[in-house]
Design a protein around this ligand. Structure first.
Ligand SMILES: O=C(CO)COP(=O)(O)O
Length: 254
């Protein structure tokens, strides 16, 4: 079933990158030819100060630009925050919400994440909704319960394959070099698919489910071949075009 879903590989730069890093986007765009772009969509999510220039740098390439977080309001007295409308205006077409680093650093709850996803849709952005279990939850055998609870709490009614992407990122695999086994990833993604189908029907069947957590050129082909894995959310290995292109190569060569 997932064979008909066009995968997405998105790079989350997190709090990394200065203007000098924008050459990496041009390098990805320049090397990403028509054969590969027919098979996989590619996105880079730089930090907010780089969004506009990144969007300009991506013009004429297959690379699209996403943001890493948003406020729920369109505007107002929220010093330091950025609305989804502003992200859209700067050239973003998507925004990551509910990344585990925001859940941990900023105390974001499932309810917060759900409201951010709705705000993203209001502004015409795709919401990339993140979830994933901690190491303790994995060891305690509660992964599937945690994932089901996060999915139900963080994904708003009205989610479609066009407005929502789900990213499964086990917290213990982020930035550690550790990855779950292929069968563990398959188990979680199958459970996500089942829940999404029962809640959203055909839209849930067509929604992209990304895997994230220590995706590298060396393990991308194996991870991307797992059933119900429709692409990747990549942190550290998205910062350099060569590494990121090495991951995209899991989908073939131009
Ligand atoms: O958190 C991630 C992407 O959002 C994954 O980060 P790493 O690829 O650096 O493990």
């Amino acid at each position: 079933m997932s064979a008909s879903i066009k995968p997405l590989v998105a790079g989350n730069w997190k709090m990394n990158g200065l203007r000098a890093s924008l050459g990496e986007i041009a390098a990805v765009g320049g090397d990403f030819g028509p054969t590969l772009s027919a098979r996989v969509d590619v996105m880079i999510c730089p930090p907010a100060p780089l969004l506009y220039t990144a969007a300009v740098a991506s013009v004429g390439t297959p690379v699209t630009i996403g943001a890493q977080d948003c406020h729920v309001a369109a505007s107002g007295a929220h010093t330091g925050d950025i609305s989804p409308e502003m992200l859209r205006d700067a050239g973003a077409s998507a925004v990551i919400v509910g990344h585990s680093e925001r859940r941990a650093d900023h105390g974001e709850s499932d309810e917060d994440v759900r409201a951010k996803a709705q705000a993203a849709w209001r502004a015409g952005l795709v919401a990339i909704i993140c979830l994933g279990e901690s190491e303790g939850e994995r060891k305690a055998g509660t992964t599937l319960d945690v994932i089901a609870r996060q999915l139900s709490g963080s994904v708003p009614d009205g989610a479609t394959a066009a407005n929502t992407v789900i990213a499964y990122e086990p917290i213990w695999a982020i930035g550690t070099g550790l990855t779950p086994t292929a069968s563990d990833v398959a188990e979680v993604h199958a459970a996500l698919r089942k829940d999404l189908e029962s809640r959203f029907g055909v839209e849930g069947a067509a929604m992209r489910l990304l895997y994230g957590g220590s995706v590298k050129p060396g393990n991308a082909a194996e991870l991307m071949a797992i059933a119900n894995v429709n692409g990747a959310l990549v942190g550290g290995a998205s910062l350099k075009a060569q590494d990121f292109l090495g991951i995209l190569a899991a989908y073939g060569d131009d």
